[in-house]
Design a protein. Structure first.
Length: 304
């Protein structure tokens, strides 16, 4: 699917103009990929890299354009069992045109920005900045989910919530690798300022992107270390909760068996004391209650 955009009055707006400078291809089919490789001389391997979630972020220079492959978080849905994944995205920048390749239809230019968009390089930097902001938003969500799961794990005796914690831990590993890969890309952009043709304002924006990505990387490392270090402890909590429940059930079982034994003795078809006594039933119930009380006091004394 193809979407077209144009830079007008410092903003990025959709357009139907055939000569639009920004072309966004969303999960292109074979015909569209052939169109890109034949008409714009895009390298087919680089095009495929834009849709490979395992591809590393990188910067490549071609004869009439340069290509940027970087990582972004995929949209999260509840059916993924708290597993956050990443995807790749490609931006091919020509002198008068930009081609963006992405695997899913997401709003690329939404949200407010204090940086005015005038050139295609401004658009590229804004997309990269938006990707970093998207990572930060997901990290806040992961932190909130982790806090809720921690409270549930503390009282749970099943593995469901613990498995969700493992999914979050796995997600942070993906995010950590992706954000670190983006950091390498940003360093390459900074080292090729003159070759790319960044203006002074572009350089300042790129410095802000570098700082923001480093903060995102540090935050991801902190969350990953916290969840990794506490997952084992939380697994022990679940096991301890189950042991406590089994101990309680065993105590109840034993406590019930004692008065049951007393009643069973007086229910035998043999001559027993009090069988002619009209108050025998009440005496047996009293004896059973005393036996139950004695059992509970014994368990309490032993701190079971």
């Amino acid at each position: 699917m193809l979407k077209k955009f144009e830079v007008e009055n410092g903003a990025i707006v959709p357009t139907e103009n055939e000569d639009s400078r920004i072309l966004v291809f969303i999960s292109p089919d074979k015909d569209e990929i052939y169109f890109l490789t034949e008409n714009f001389q895009l390298d087919e391997h680089t095009v495929n890299s834009a849709f490979d979630p395992d591809e590393l972020s990188r910067l490549e220079f071609e004869q009439n354009h340069f290509a940027v492959i970087f990582k972004r978080p995929r949209n999260f849905s509840s059916d993924k069992q708290f597993l956050f994944k990443v995807s790749s995205m490609g931006i091919f920048v020509f002198k008068e045109r930009m081609i963006i390749l992405i695997s899913e239809d997401v709003p690329l230019f939404d949200g407010r920005s204090s940086y005015e968009v005038k050139t295609l390089l401004d658009v590229m930097l804004r997309i990269i900045y938006r990707s970093i902001s998207h990572f930060l938003q997901h990290l806040r969500v992961i932190n909130m989910i982790s806090d809720e799961l921690e409270q549930k794990v503390n009282t749970s005796v099943e593995n469901k919530f613990l498995l969700h914690m493992f999914s979050l831990e796995k997600s942070l590993v993906y995010y950590l690798n992706a954000i670190h890969s983006n950091a390498v890309l940003i360093e390459k952009l900074k080292n090729n300022i003159a070759r790319i043709g960044f203006s002074v304002s572009n350089q300042e924006f790129l410095d802000d992107i570098w700082i923001e990505n480093n903060q995102c990387l540090k935050q991801t490392e902190i969350y990953s270390n916290i969840i990794s270090s506490l997952t084992g402890a939380r697994a022990s909590i679940v096991s301890n909760n189950l042991n406590s429940l089994m101990k309680t059930l065993n105590i109840l079982t034993i406590a019930i068996m004692v008065p049951t034994f007393v009643v069973s003795v007086f229910s035998m078809n043999v001559k027993i004391p009090l069988q002619e006594n009209p108050a025998a039933f009440m005496l047996v119930m009293l004896l059973s209650a005393l036996a139950l009380t004695a059992s509970l006091l014994f368990f309490k004394h032993k701190r079971w």
